[in-house]
Design a protein around this ligand. Structure first.
Ligand SMILES: [Ca+2]
Length: 459
């Protein structure tokens, strides 16, 4: 039976008005709109390098639970997922996975807050991939309910969907104790096909890709040289970059490095967006030949610090990233907001490499050098200031002809505070024994981007 025309009009009108009022149409994804905190569709924590072990080194069990509870608090009790970019455990034993699982269950039920993880080199025991089978067995099917039909859990390449947001995890074919991390053809062809399908069907939405090793030459640490650490461990994947570069909706979430999120290079946009997730268990840094370190890339106080990301996606597909310092109980500096993906890639213009062009640090208050009673010399100087933060200093000792006699590199304390204003206001270093009359002393301050200033220090 045909409905009278006026009834049809009323039905259409009611539909249009309800659609407008409801505001739940997925067609809003990709629209140009400022981030809308009143209409969030996805709230997730993104962590990496949780490194559970049973001897409680670095207080790792407590740190994991604390991070999960803190993320839940940030979400207002509405966390939708926890994303982990690898190294759930130290050595991938059943007991360590059990501890991870128990800690997770202390905070969430996986049916309510799904856990989506990629395998790190510690989970894979470097070259042994037996754990691709044992991890799912030990976690159990409750932990794999968001995996889609094209998920390859047994290969580590997973496609999960939570609240309409796609999350992929990928697995290298080697974790390269020597050489760089190689994703390999199997993973790359799966990733390419899966991203092609998702982005064709759902433009305007961010797509998260968890990869323990960072895509080469993107965010902070993704160019860490082989051989800068023990065992010549590979730190980045070069062969992943071409595939990711085809899909500007991609936001990678990576770990492996343990680098501080305080550094603005922890987000980098090229043909896609790359993010570091920091580390829950302990912090590390690039090899800058810094003084007073535990090892080339590990600070003495590395175990104190614990960091991660809290992520929100709004109805337009804008993504807000909060860097979280679990040690200091607070967000680090400003949030990052990645605009909703656009076909022309205009959303990739916010956090590019061109941010390196920024004001250089400035020394304002000078410094001094003095001879100690034991004949050694101490150089002291006031901290430099910057539009962002000072990453490190160098103290150069020259002879009167300008030949460099010694160089001391000092890592600044930027990673210790959520606000750079809290960084210490002076530094000093004992440079050993020199004839004060025969040397010149120069101090250089650098920001994260290598912009620098210098000053001479007099006795
Ligand atoms: Ca600067």
């Amino acid at each position: 039976m045909n409905k009278p025309k006026c009834v049809k009009v009323i039905i259409v009108l009611v539909f249009c008005v309800s659609t407008l009022l409801c505001g739940c149409s997925t067609t809003k994804f990709g629209r140009n709109h400022e981030f809308d905190p009143a209409h969030i569709v996805f709230r997730a924590g993104a962590l990496s390098d949780i490194h559970q072990n049973l001897n409680n080194a670095d207080n790792n069990s407590f740190k994991m639970v604390y991070a999960l509870m803190y993320l839940e608090k940030l979400s207002g009790g509405e966390l939708d997922a926890v994303l982990v970019a690898g190294d759930l455990t130290d050595t991938a034993t059943k007991d360590q996975v059990g501890q991870f699982k128990n800690n997770y269950l202390r905070c969430f039920q996986p049916e309510d807050v799904p856990l989506i993880y990629s395998m790190g080199n510690h989970d894979a025991k470097n070259e042994t991939y037996e754990t691709l089978k044992t991890y799912p067995e030990w976690f159990g099917p409750r932990f794999f309910q968001t995996d889609q039909e094209d998920s390859r859990i047994e290969e580590g390449n997973r496609h999960c969907v939570v609240n309409g947001i796609h999350i992929l995890t990928i697995m290298p074919e080697n974790y390269a104790v020597y050489g760089e991390v190689v994703m390999g053809e199997k993973t790359l062809s799966w990733l390419d096909a899966t991203l092609a399908k998702i982005t064709t069907e759902e433009p305007g939405k961010p797509v998260f890709v968890l990869t323990h090793a960072m895509p080469y030459d993107t965010c902070y640490g993704s160019d860490l040289k082989l051989g800068d650490t023990k065992g010549k461990l590979g730190w980045y994947s070069r062969d992943i970059v071409d595939v990711l570069s085809k899909y500007n909706q991609v936001i990678t979430l990576s770990g492996h490095l343990h680098f501080p999120l305080n550094d603005e290079r922890s987000i980098m946009q090229t043909d896609f967006t790359a993010l570091g997730c920091g580390s829950v268990r302990f912090m590390a840094i690039e090899n800058g030949n810094f003084e007073d370190m535990r090892s080339a890339t590990v600070m003495n106080d590395c175990a104190a610090y614990s960091q991660g990301l809290y992520i929100e996606v709004d109805i337009y597909g804008n993504t807000r990233i909060v860097r979280v310092d679990f040690y200091n109980d607070g967000p680090i500096k400003e949030d990052w907001i990645i605009p909703a993906p656009k076909a022309d890639g205009s959303h990739l213009k916010v956090y590019g490499k061109n941010r390196a062009e920024n004001p250089a640090p400035v020394f304002n208050q000078g410094g001094s050098a003095y001879v100690n009673t034991d004949g050694t010399i101490t150089v002291g100087f006031a901290a430099a200031t910057d539009d962002d933060l000072i990453h490190d200093y160098s103290v150069f000792i020259y002879d009167k002809e300008g030949n460099e006699l010694r160089r001391f590199n000092i890592l600044a304390d930027f990673y210790k505070y959520t606000d750079p204003a809290k960084m210490k206001d002076s530094y000093s270093i004992n440079i050993g024994t020199f004839n004060p009359a025969a040397i010149l002393i120069k101090v250089v301050a650098r920001d994260s981007w290598g912009n620098e200033c210098e000053q001479l220090i007099a006795f």
